[in-house]
Design a protein around this ligand. Structure first.
Ligand SMILES: O=P(O)(O)OC[C@H]1O[C@H](OP(=O)(O)OP(=O)(O)O)[C@H](O)[C@@H]1O
Ligand code: HPA
Length: 186
């Protein structure tokens, strides 16, 4: 596993390594750069806390003017199952009326978090709303209508950690995406 040896015993399997993440983010950056066809800036909204590493790396691969903003939303707490109750802990700061909004997520799982965020932000009349996610677990979707415009990797229904994703706030600083050993949360 190379780096982050302190966590080696907790990880069952590395499913996406550091190099694969880097390459895919470069591709996503190009896709996103090519899709917008006006000169307006784009408000990149990082959904805290999991998406911070992805946001930081992706932003540098987008060759367009962007503005950073952050929203803190939580539904998992110290669990591997979404509570179903999405809490907005910190709202975004920018006024998005008439502007392009690009929501940056680390993972879409049940889709509940994103559904709640999109419903709320649509009422503020942005010019467009697009979603980019690093990971997508389509098998787990409860909110069937929720999908990303740009998706890094589809992954199976397993609880993953690393590259921003946590279990009980741990493992966010892993440089790869790995499956957590079940004995650690069951
Ligand atoms: O599609 P869903 O089932 O709603 O799950 C996806 C959400 O769950 C995680 O956030 P979490 O609430 O764990 O907060 P965190 O980003 O601070 O870890 C993740 O970062 C997504 O925002
Ligand atoms: O698999 C996951 N790992 C970490 N956080 C998550 N939030 C939803 N699904 C996941």
């Amino acid at each position: 596993m190379g780096k982050n040896n302190v966590f080696t015993n907790d990880i069952k399997e590395v499913i996406i390594n550091e190099e694969e993440i880097k390459q895919r983010i470069e591709e996503l950056g190009k896709e996103i750069t090519n899709i917008y066809n006006d000169d307006d800036d784009i408000v990149m909204l990082c959904i805290l806390r999991g998406a911070i590493l992805f946001m930081a790396d992706l932003a540098r691969e987008i060759d367009l003017p962007v503005v950073f903003d952050f929203m803190d939303v939580s539904s998992y707490g110290a669990s591997t199952e979404s509570s179903g109750v999405v809490r907005i802990i910190k709202d975004m700061e920018e006024n998005i009326e008439g502007r392009h909004l690009l929501i940056v997520e680390d993972i879409i799982d049940t889709g509940r978090t994103l559904k709640h965020v999109i419903d709320m932000l649509q009422t503020r009349n942005p010019k467009s709303i697009k979603v980019v996610t690093l990971l997508d677990k389509p098998e787990r979707r409860v909110k069937k209508e929720i999908d990303a415009d740009f998706n890094g990797f589809e992954i199976p229904d397993e609880f993953v950690v690393g590259y921003g994703l946590d279990f009980a706030e741990k493992y966010r600083n892993l440089s790869f995406i790995g499956v957590l050993k079940e004995k650690l949360y069951i």
